[in-house]
Design a binder for this molecule. Sequence first.
Ligand code: SF4
Length: 185
Amino acid sequence: MDDAIIISNLNDYIFCPASIYFHNLYGSRSTITYQSADQINGTKAHETVDNNRYSTKKNIITALEVYSEQYNIVGKIDIYDADKKMLIERKRQIKTIYDGYVFQLYAQFFAMVEMGYDIQKLMFHSIVDNKNYSVPLPKDDNQMLVKFETVIRDMRAFSLDGFVQTNGEKCKRCIYEPACDRGLV
Ligand code: SF4
């Protein structure tokens, strides 16, 4: 499990592989010093779940630590509803379902299935506008499954040394830009 990929890093990697380096670098510091407003709001959105205050119902499991041996990935789920056999990831406000979001949900799914949970539905919940977005299971979306496995392989092979950023727009929106020597701003 030494080189396990952290599930939350999947979305960061899609945004910019170099951002994972800074994410890990600043990971132990107070979040307020480097998180943008959107990220802090997103963190707040998860706090109820992370502190296990979402529900006392027995069929609802929240903030469970999960690990997949098959993909060597580790992280935490948001919500699992055992009655509905549904895995749910809440985000503050969803405007687009990015591939990185789906990969995070897939990673949680594979880990939970390995751990013996029955999951028949995947869903995103957008908190601000109270909308739900269902996501096909990996077995029903082979194209996305192939993308997911490719990203996992790429992450394992990635080296910061040879990385050159080509999309300056990303750097403009990146919270790590002041510290990053690959930035294009
Ligand atoms: S500043 Fe640009 S290159 Fe650096 S981590 Fe952010 S997006 Fe990546």
